[in-house]
Write a protein that binds this ligand. Structure first.
Ligand SMILES: [Zn+2]
Ligand SMILES: [Zn+2]
Length: 169
């Protein structure tokens, strides 16, 4: 049998409703970051669903036949953006492919301030979109045993203001 195999690729999908979730969909593709100037609200540490646009914490890297370009188009539609060109979607897909390169199928991934991390990452030190972070473990991981911790730490405006990057635009 020589079925032509469709090209499979990785993408982030909603993993579950653990710890904190406003989305009730199952296994829908994730939306890429829509982080604004209020990372504490959740836009700096949760992931949005492309179907309902509500947020959850844990995504999983899964294989899909849906081309990245098509996922980009769906995201544009979900966000209700009117003036995004095919060229911009192609650039988005290229950037997303690079991001996904760092992960294996099956990885459970969380988002923090511009980057995706496997939830069991340790000794994390980086400058994000908004703040400079130094963490032994991700609050998302600690929250699995203590769900209120996410809002207490990352949902706290003070956490972000104390670490805000000086040259942030
Ligand atoms: Zn926000
Ligand atoms: Zn949803």
């Amino acid at each position: 049998m020589f079925w032509r195999r469709k090209k499979m690729q990785k993408f982030f999908f909603k993993a579950n409703d653990n710890v904190l979730s406003f989305c009730r969909c199952e296994g829908e593709p994730a939306m890429s970051s829509g982080q604004l100037d209020c990372p504490w609200c959740g836009c700096g540490w949760m992931i949005a669903c492309t179907k309902c646009t509500k947020s959850f914490v844990f995504a999983q890297v899964r294989e899909t036949e849906i081309p990245l370009i098509e996922l980009g188009r769906r995201e544009v539609a979900a966000r209700g953006l009117a003036h995004v060109t095919e060229q911009e979607i192609a650039e988005w897909a290229e950037g997303m492919a690079e991001t996904l390169d760092a992960f294996e199928v099956g990885d459970i991934v969380v988002y923090l301030d511009g980057s995706y991390w496997t939830v069991d990452s340790t000794d994390i030190a980086f400058d994000g979109y908004y703040a400079s972070h130094t963490l032994d473990r991700l609050p998302h991981a600690d929250a699995m045993a203590d769900p209120a911790l996410l809002n207490r730490v990352l949902g706290n405006k003070k956490y972000w203001l104390e670490r805000e990057l000086p040259d942030r635009e």
